[in-house]
Design a binder for this molecule. Structure first.
Ligand code: SF4
Length: 505
């Protein structure tokens, strides 16, 4: 999303598809790979970053600023942490990390001193953050090697970018050197401390359940005690912004067992909790098993209880499955839900951006008349409304490790993409509407007009009134449309109502 002339705010997703072993319910693109593959993958991912930004620089004038980075997986913490640093440095060589986020509502109170650093999250799983081998601080050991590689790898980049990357590495190394040894012994005891030193500021821990029996049923590698250790390590490493994932509707799970998990988690007081129901996906081992799953009524009761119980502990729900203490809403995911611009790197990673035929709020009637980058979020002089770039181009990388590693040029990597879509205005409006409904803030009529140059009532008036009559939607005085508590229980049905056919509107 462009917020001021020539500046494009970007969220970055990095997919790291490595796990210790496959959980029984998992259909994510992840697997067990040896270290050589892990290294080759990260090198390829760094090439993908270079290729992508080189193309962006050629095509679009203006400047990219990264507002959030999310290392997801898979289990990113399976990797040696210097590979995470390699990726961060590569991003830093190509694009600036934001210092000032222009979207004030995304700034977090606890970060006001550093208004606003990018939010940099890494997903970790219990049992994977300890060093498996005798510890050598790679930040210190590899300083010279990394700088050399960096220069070599980026011989094509311009001097300014190269300098930025090196400056970042050197700064990181220097702070690492100061802190890494005490009486000849390294102080960094685990990967979490390393993450903290390289600028990661948010940890998302996959706990899933507080019951060892349920964790075993899911095929997870950890028990509850392992989770507690990881949580403690994250606190000791200095992380304030920690999110914990829990799952419900698990095989054999009772309402009371889920309530225990939830209360145990809330008592630890992580500032953010995500709660997802188990979905048995086709092709997973669970799909072939005869599972004792809770009935629909129990599942609904579990969902409703999440909001109620977490409220007692000071959390508010801000999205269908996400709960936070004030100021700790996930900035990165909010970009997805607001249809902001994001780039995904790695296997199966999806990106949402705009293409040459993109449109802005005031070019809808003649979609091809403007290039998206001509519209920059500044006021439209003819009618006084604000123009916004509408993200209309989505693509998803190949899901095949073999293809990904084989690509030697950007063109080859693009040829392997598994999806590429140029979205119509109706697609964009539909997505905007149902993604906004996921969030408690709902669909704002003013923002809808700002984005699409259309009146919300004109496009969705009938749908809104129908769902309002059924008490599934509520409309505020400020003309914001959001799900009611009853509506949240059948959110998918309500959202489906907002899908527009091509002929509609
Ligand atoms: S740890 Fe996560 S990504 Fe890995 S197999 Fe389990 S559920 Fe899938």
């Amino acid at each position: 999303m462009s917020t001021k002339e020539g500046v494009r705010e970007l969220a970055i997703y990095i997919h790291l598809p490595f796990c210790v072993r496959k959980c029984l319910y998992c259909d994510f693109n992840s697997g067990v790979y040896d270290r050589e593959v892990q290294k080759s993958y990260v090198n390829k991912l760094c090439e993908e970053i270079d290729w992508t930004f080189e193309e962006r620089r050629k095509k679009n004038p203006g400047k990219d600023i990264i507002t959030s980075i999310f290392f997801g997986g898979g289990t990113p913490s399976v990797l040696e942490p210097e590979l995470i640093k390699q990726i961060l440095c590569k991003l830093k060589e190509n694009v600036e990390l934001c210092k000032l986020n222009t979207e004030k509502d995304l700034c977090k109170p606890h970060e006001k001193d550093e208004l606003c650093k990018p939010e940099i999250t890494i997903e970790v799983n219990p049992g994977t953050v300890e060093y498996l081998e005798p510890y050598e601080d790679p930040l210190v050991e590899d300083k010279e090697k990394n700088i050399e590689n960096n220069i070599e790898n980026n011989i094509e980049n311009n001097i300014e970018n190269k300098d930025k990357g090196i400056e970042y590495i050197e700064k990181t190394m220097d702070s690492a050197k100061d802190e890494s040894k005490e009486d000849g012994k390294p102080q960094r005891k685990n990967k979490l401390e390393y993450y903290k030193a390289i600028g990661i500021n948010r940890i998302s821990i996959g706990m899933q359940s507080g019951s060892d029996e349920e964790l075993k049923t899911l095929g997870r590698i950890h028990n509850y005690e392992d989770f507690l250790k990881t949580y403690q390590m994250a606190k000791e490493a200095g992380f304030e912004n920690i999110s914990v994932d829990v799952m419900y509707a698990l095989p054999g799970q009772t309402f009371s067992s889920f309530e225990k998990t939830l209360r145990k988690t809330a008592e630890l007081s992580p500032p953010h909790i995500s709660a997802y129901s188990l979905i048995v996906e086709e092709g997973t081992p669970f799909d072939d098993m005869d599972l004792d799953l809770p009935g629909e009524e129990t599942e609904r009761k579990m969902y409703v209880s999440v909001g109620k119980i977490l409220k007692e502990y000071g959390y508010h729900q801000y999205e269908i499955s996400n709960y936070a203490k004030d100021g700790f809403e996930c900035r990165h995911n909010s970009v997805y839900w607001k249809r902001g611009e994001y780039l995904g790197f790695g296997l199966s990673a999806a990106s949402l951006t705009y293409d040459e035929s993109g449109f802005s709020s005031s070019s809808r009637k003649n979609e091809n008349a403007h290039s998206a980058c001509e519209t920059d979020g500044s006021a439209d002089k003819t009618d006084g409304t604000t123009k916004r770039i509408v993200m209309n181009y989505r693509y998803t990388n190949t899901g095949s490790m073999e293809e990904y590693l084989k690509a030697e040029t950007f063109e080859q990597l693009k040829a392997f993409r598994k999806e590429e879509e140029h979205l119509s205005m109706n697609d964009c409006m539909s997505e905007y509407a149902f993604l906004s409904l996921r969030m408690n803030r709902g669909i704002s009529a003013a923002e809808f007009r700002e984005f699409f140059g259309r009146d919300l009532e004109e496009v969705y008036g009938d749908v809104i009134r129908k769902n309002e009559r059924w008490r599934l939607l509520t409309v505020s005085d400020e003309r914001t449309v959001s799900l009611t508590a009853k509506g949240r229980n059948v959110a998918n049905v309500v959202m489906a109502d907002f899908l527009l056919d091509e002929e509609e509107t």
